[in-house]
Design a protein around this ligand. Structure first.
Ligand code: FAD
Ligand code: NAP
Length: 376
């Protein structure tokens, strides 16, 4: 006989047992005229939902848009199959197609489409290119009249995995809520508009919708002792955890200084939470704010350029024990910020490039654990 759960133990939520939260707010952060669509999402956890700390991420289990599921099943003549519809909506990736699905369609396509698709499948490079910007509907458009058995379809598609979002609120500031900063992935290809699965799901959700979520605790991205200084590098959606850090530090009266580097395309349209940071500067909770608006002038200006301009001051903060946090794009930004940090340590810390590398990678990052990244 299985024991019933103790009423005193808090429920644990995970990707396999998510909490049914409720969407409270879904508001654009970019102003009119921006080419970006970044949303401020507020999710209600209430008193029975998961708890979190600054630096944690929220796992979101997305659902495909009804229109995309319907377009797909209609093309296959299977739109009356409610079970298939629900299975596809909740568990199969439809917005990006995998090779297995293309190969199955190539096998069963009627007429000339079969030859065309099989030639693509026989050449790995062509197949990579073919799947790069197509969704499942694009593939069916290339094979009109193809028949697939309803029972085999889910097995031909990749499974949906939850997406993580850095939490943009402090639980002590926003009780029972979790805030996110979500960049909506959207693009057009093969004559159709595409959206990212989870970012599109969140962007299109009306208020009060139920959202399955869980908290993914961070292992390392924590705030330091209240009297320590922090430097935060957070361009674009990388700003999220630093909004949480600033809320937390001002709420609890932490005495350490806070220096934020933020960057995005244009000051006028893309200064995410700009009003909040101006207020935090005014109230003395944000001690320094350095911004890099990349497209407000002919030459690109990025956060790492601002770091270098303020290199002497930045080195002084590091010497005085400041912690250095980086959040956002892993592929380019975090690498360039790392290179700028090495340059500053070498130039202002009077070290050779080798000594700077040793100091940053060993002393600063590993021994003192003052170099912390949340990059994706
Ligand atoms: C720890 C962590 C924290 C994160 N925090 C945040 C956060 O705070 N805010 C945030 O917005 N994101 C954050 N992310 C990223 C987030 O988890 C998702 O990866 C992101 O929202 C995209 O997911 P999606 O489901 O919307 O897009 P998907 O459906 O996964 O689609 C994205 C993919 O679409 C394809 N694609 C994009 N543009 C094109 C194009 N023009 N042509 C062809 N293909 C294209 C690319 O292959 C891309 O990888 C974080 C990730 C991690 C791991
Ligand atoms: N690894 C990933 O898959 C990943 C990571 C982050 C973001 N994204 C996607 O990118 C889109 C927007 O993301 P976002 O809003 O967070 O902003 P972002 O695209 O990261 O851009 C924020 C700012 O960083 C600038 N930037 C570009 N390259 C940089 C570099 N090498 N070093 C420093 N700054 C650099 C951008 O300038 P310019 O645009 O003018 O060059 C912009 O001013 C979203 O669709 C998101 O999903 C994907």
């Amino acid at each position: 006989m299985s024991a019933s759960p103790s009423p005193t133990l808090p429920a644990t939520f995970s990707r396999t047992n998510p909490f049914a939260s409720q969407l409270r707010e879904n508001r654009p952060l970019n102003q009119k005229g921006s080419i970006k669509d970044t949303r401020h999402i507020v999710i209600e956890l209430g008193s029975s939902g998961p708890t979190y700390q600054c630096g944690d991420s929220l796992g979101v289990l997305p659902r495909n848009p009804e229109t995309l599921v319907r377009e797909f099943t209609q093309k296959l003549g299977l739109h009356d199959d409610a079970n298939l519809h629900e299975t596809l909506a909740t568990s199969a990736i439809l917005n990006r197609v995998g090779k297995k699905f293309v190969k199955a369609v190539a096998e069963k396509a009627p007429g000339a489409a079969k030859d065309k698709l099989q030639a693509i499948c026989a050449d790995e490079k062509k197949l990579e290119e073919y799947v790069f910007d197509r969704d499942v509907v694009d593939v069916l458009q290339d094979a009109p009249g193809v028949h697939l058995e309803p029972s085999e379809i889910p097995g031909l598609l990749n499974k949906i995995a939850p997406r993580l979002y850095s939490i943009a609120s402090s639980p002590d500031h926003s009780h029972g809520e979790v805030h996110l900063t979500v960049a909506v992935v959207q693009y057009s290809s093969h004559g159709r508009t595409k959206q990212g699965l989870a970012s599109g799901y969140l962007a299109n959700l009306p208020e009060k919708s139920s959202v399955p979520v869980y908290v993914q605790p961070t292992r390392h991205f924590h705030l330091p002792a209240p009297d320590r200084d922090i430097i935060m590098i957070g361009p674009g959606t990388g700003i999220a955890p630093f909004r949480a850090f600033l809320q937390h530090r001002s709420k609890h009266g932490h005495t350490g200084r806070n220096w934020l580097f933020f960057g995005d395309q244009h000051a006028k349209t893309d200064f995410l939470y700009g009003d909040e940071f101006a207020a935090a500067q005014k109230s003395g909770h944000l001690h320094k704010l350095s911004t890099a608006f990349s497209r407000d002038q002919a030459e690109k200006v990025y956060v790492q350029h601002r770091m270098e301009e303020e290199g002497a001051e930045l080195w002084r903060w590091l010497e005085q024990g400041a912690y250095f946090y980086v959040c956002g794009d892993a592929k380019r930004m975090a690498k360039d910020v790392h290179a700028a940090l090495l340059k500053i340590v070498s130039q202002h810390g009077g070290k050779t490039p080798e000594q700077a590398e040793e100091w940053v990678s060993v002393t600063f990052a590993k021994t003192e654990k003052r170099y912390l990244k949340d990059v994706y």
